[in-house]
Ligand binder design. Structure first.
Ligand code: GTR
Length: 352
């Protein structure tokens, strides 16, 4: 692995001069870089939010309370509202929560074993990403995309930034819930929404941890030398996920002034768990592992343990390399967010 890292000629994870004292200034600088060059500039947090809560009938057989929340806030073009669901297990104690950025409306799709997560003592806040803005090339006219003027300087936010921003607005609301343990709120997503979870967790330090499931290119995988998807493919198929400036790196990745391990490092000192699947060649498990491993350097600089275990010992299919503040798990199979993955993420957070 270490030879492989050298061969790829990756930028240093963190500068040699970095110390605990200048960590937060460095984080801010790097976030600006990732805004300008990859995901686009996130607007200011709205001054206030308001919400309407409707209790739903379904509540996981009486084990939890399921609410539908309509959250509103002011934008330059008026009020914007989006819906999301919360499912909170009955408990005497505040419980941890996943903010799950979802491909599907509540109760649909295969990626979310709600009952199992509730039985494990975790609450969920679930947003259907298409309710924030559509995952299509729509000239930024749907949902929240239409509510902020475009800057036209190459650094306009893309849809990953918009979905991430919505998860932070959910966090604004969650801060008001007594049932939730504010020190254990984690943002989670799969694939394009794994990229979103990472970008959200990097920017919003209220999240105590990030789950990146199979996030691949422009997510947890280092880009230089990876297999499968590259900037050339992702910006051709999904230009609207990113800012325009990212297109400068098409067939020019060697000149990116950053790589994805440096993004993951910005989650430090909080928790980071990266999951891959053995047959997910488009995302490239090895490059995701490399991202997680290298991000550990920031944790070590801060006096914490990064990815635990000897990185020269290959990660076996089915293995969970937990034990540090950065975790990595490799599932057998294809691109998917499975029950097995969720159980691993909860094991990682429970072990902290
Ligand atoms: C693919 C895309 C990947 C990944 C995936 C998904 O087509 O190339 O980067 O994000 O979609 O989100 O399912």
């Amino acid at each position: 692995m270490l030879n492989e890292i050298k061969r790829r000629n990756l930028p240093k994870t963190i500068p040699d001069s970095l110390t605990k004292d200048n960590w937060s200034a460095y984080r801010r600088e790097m976030i600006v870089l990732f805004e300008k060059e990859e995901y686009g500039v996130t607007p200011e947090k709205p001054e206030s939010i308001c919400w309407e809560v409707k209790k739903q009938h379904d509540s996981v057989g009486g084990k939890a309370v399921h609410n539908l929340v309509n959250l509103s806030f002011d934008t330059p073009k008026g009020e914007f509202t989006f819906p999301f669901d919360t499912v909170i297990p009955n408990s005497d104690q505040p419980v941890p929560m996943f903010v799950y950025i979802s491909f599907h409306p509540y109760g649909a799709g295969q990626y979310l074993p709600i009952e199992e997560i509730i039985d494990s003592g975790y609450a969920l806040a679930i947003v259907n990403y298409n309710d924030v803005t559509k995952d299509t090339e729509d000239n930024f006219e749907s949902g929240i995309a239409n509510m902020y003027p475009r800057r036209n300087d190459g650094a306009d936010w893309g849809k990953i930034g918009m979905w991430a921003f919505a998860a932070s607005r959910m966090m604004d609301y969650i801060q008001t819930l007594d049932e939730i343990d504010k020190d254990r709120i984690y943002v989670a997503g799969h694939s394009r929404l794994g990229k979103t979870a990472v970008w959200c967790g990097v920017q919003d330090e209220r999240f105590a941890g990030v789950v990146s499931n199979d996030s691949g290119c422009s997510g947890a995988a280092v880009t230089r030398g990876k297999k499968g998807e590259h900037v050339v493919h992702i910006t051709k198929n999904f230009p609207f996920w990113f800012c325009k400036n990212y297109q400068k790196y098409i067939e020019n990745e060697e000149n990116m002034p950053f790589d994805q391990h440096q993004l993951l490092a910005l989650v430090a000192p909080r928790l980071l768990c990266v999951g891959s699947a053995t047959e997910d060649e488009w995302a490239d498990p090895e490059s995701e592992l490399m991202g997680a491993y290298l991000a550990g350097e920031a944790y070590e600089m801060l006096g914490l343990k990064g990815l635990s275990g000897d990185i020269e010992v290959p990660v076996e299919p089915g293995e969970k390399r937990f034990g540090g503040k950065v975790g990595y798990q490799l599932r057998n199979g294809t691109h998917f967010l499975s029950r097995h993955d969720w159980l691993g993420y909860m094991e990682f957070f429970n072990g902290q």
